[in-house]
Design a protein around this ligand. Structure first.
Ligand code: CDP
Length: 572
């Protein structure tokens, strides 16, 4: 078992390790990994014998306890505890009736109570002021219902341990779209929601020529208003500039890659955007810790492709087993999830991996390696799922999927790039495919209560190996969170240690594009922007992202209103 960092142990004790009724921790990290490995391996009994389950229990324990691979938090927290909801991601439909809305609200509360995050598209709801009954009542509109959902999340701490997370989407042709786009502004924050405008290709074409855009009442399908698409766009990018909300999701791009188009259109994603799902579907995630897959050859650090290739089928098997032993909150979610068996294998530690390899994040070499890596992971994951299908069968909707008739496969999707917000803390590495936010940072826990302080371990190693780690430099990094104006480092070394806001936004986008090319689901990525960025610059980034086939996008401008989880430098 790998030695855990102090931060990691704190996170585990706060939220993951089993506690008794008085709140006392009664499990060690090792016992936690064993509990999860045992539960997930028990799925093997459906097709094999006890000795198979024992074998896989050992494999799963090893890959988690070595911190080579971690499943999403809900699996770590809940597997084998009796609270068996193991998926992190859910999408629930919102129907245009009071009972439909409250049914979904209740379902969302129950999902969140057990640690899951929920995404919704509110576009089916009739607009504000529209008639509700023959007797002259009017609707308060989708935005007010979104606020109600937010209020509910205020009162349901996820798994009793962290704040609820939601994605709220409104399509660009909904009559209340302007009100929706203003919802994220500083004064009017819906703190448990990420907001996204659902953009269509048709809208982007209207935008190109400024052809009037119709806002349509979803109840009657009648055009309520025609507006300039530029007016919508300007409001959208102003909101993103001011507060980071709303982001965008590109609905046609998502649906062009929908593996089960006959089951209907995808209209929403989970809270952080990495999993587009059909109504009632859920998805479980896991991430490979890239920093553990480096070897040295001729005195140079290089990716250990062989070992990456070995862990992928184990991770896919693990995630497929999770679906098997999962407890679903209700029969609709169970049916939808078991029909397509979506999983999302991804990575964490990408920035640290690049530092170890001595490649600057902001370079074509890094982007090319990202694409090569994700192509490798996606291909190997598909092969692993095809292999599983031989014994376990294809997912039930397979015959109507894009894979039929030639490629039997166990899971409709295999890959996702999740934010890995907490599991990267446990693995003590950089999150997801994000660059380092700062070389040293102070981190509030998810409940915003305590702070964890650290200089990035990979940065210390890098400087130490190069013999550059003076006390003076260490102190400077701790204070500033950057080494941009250090006199002791070469330009190349500074480029390798560039932080998220120092890296030109175009490189952020290029990484997202490179990973998206070979990710079945989507890539959760924040494009960091300097404070001086103008709204038009954000418009350019959105346009470019759409052209390059990105499925969704969030930007974060330094000094804008949204709450930050990370604070550069230890002194702030
Ligand atoms: O690192 P961890 O497994 O905790 O989660 P993540 O990779 O940061 O987020 C993955 C997904 O977990 C998100 O997209 C949400 O669906 C869900 N999540 C949530 O529901 N609530 C949170 N506070 C964090 C994540």
């Amino acid at each position: 078992m790998k030695q855990l960092s102090e931060n990691s142990i704190r996170v585990l004790e706060e939220r993951y390790l089993v506690q008794d009724h008085s709140g006392k921790v009664i499990e060690t990290p090792e016992e936690m990994f064993l509990r999860v490995a045992k539960k997930v391996a028990s799925a093997e009994l459906k097709w094999g014998k006890q000795k198979d389950a024992d074998y896989w229990e050992g494999q799963f324990f090893r890959m988690m306890s070595e911190l080579d691979f971690l499943p999403n938090s809900t699996t770590l927290m809940n597997a084998g505890t009796g609270y068996g909801q193991l998926s992190a991601c859910f999408v629930l439909p919102v129907r245009d009736s009071l009972s439909g809305i409250f049914d979904t609200l209740k379902m969302a509360a129950l999902v969140q109570q057990k640690g899951g995050g929920t995404g919704f598209n509110f576009s089916k709801l009739r607009p504000k002021g529209d008639r509700v009954s023959k007797h002259g009542g009017t609707s308060s509109g989708p935005v007010s219902f979104l606020e109600l959902f937010n209020f509910s999340s205020d009162h349901v701490k996820q798994g009793g341990k962290r704040l609820g997370a939601n994605m709220g989407i409104m399509n660009v042709d909904h009559p209340d779209i302007f009100e929706f786009m203003r919802l994220g502004s500083k004064e009017n924050r819906v703190r448990h929601f990420n907001l996204s405008v659902g953009i269509t290709d048709q809208f982007m074409k209207h935008l190109e020529t400024d052809k009037p855009w119709s806002l349509i009442n979803p109840r009657t399908q009648k055009v309520l208003n025609k507006v300039s698409p530029k007016a919508i766009w300007e409001e959208l990018i102003f909101g993103a500039w001011e507060s980071g909300n709303p982001g965008v999701i590109f609905l046609d791009t998502i649906n062009s890659k929908n593996p089960t188009p006959n089951q209907g259109e995808i209209q929403a994603t989970n809270p952080c955007g990495e999993v587009p799902l059909l109504p009632y579907e859920s998805c479980n995630l896991g991430s490979i810790n890239l920093t553990h897959f480096i070897k040295s050859a001729k005195g140079k650090s290089i990716p250990d492709w062989e070992r990456i290739g070995e862990i992928i089928p184990m991770a896919v098997r693990f995630l497929d087993n999770v679906i098997e032993v999962n407890h679903f909150p209700n029969s609709k979610i169970k049916k939808a999830t078991l029909s397509n068996r979506k999983i999302g294998l991804g990575v964490m530690g990408w920035a640290d991996f690049l530092i170890q390899l001595g490649i600057p994040y902001g370079s074509q070499e890094a982007v090319d390696l990202g694409e090569e890596l994700m192509r490798f992971i996606n291909e190997k994951s598909h092969l692993a799922s095809q292999e599983l299908a031989k014994k376990r069968g294809s997912f039930p909707n397979w015959e109507e999927s894009v894979f039929a008739p030639h490629t039997p496969i166990r899971n409709a999707t295999l890959t996702s790039i999740a934010p890995t917000g907490t599991i990267s803390l446990i693995a003590n590495t950089s999150s997801s495919i994000e660059p380092l936010f700062a070389l040293a940072f102070e981190r509030r826990n998810v409940l915003g209560e305590e702070t964890l302080q650290t200089i990035q371990p990979q940065v210390l190693n890098f400087l130490q190996e190069k013999g550059l780690l003076s006390e003076e430099l260490k102190q400077k990094i701790a204070e500033d969170g950057t080494c941009a104006d250090s006199h002791e480092l070469s330009e190349k070394d500074k480029a390798i240690l560039q932080t998220a806001t120092e890296i030109d936004p175009i490189w952020h986008l290029k990484h997202q594009v490179a990973f998206q090319k070979f990710t079945d689901n989507a890539v959760s990525k924040t494009i960091n922007l300097p404070a001086s960025t103008k709204p038009e610059d954000i418009g350019e980034i959105y346009l470019q992202a759409w052209k390059e086939g990105v499925k969704g996008l969030t930007v974060f401008r330094t000094d804008s209103g949204r709450e930050q989880m990370l604070y550069p430098g230890l002194k702030t």
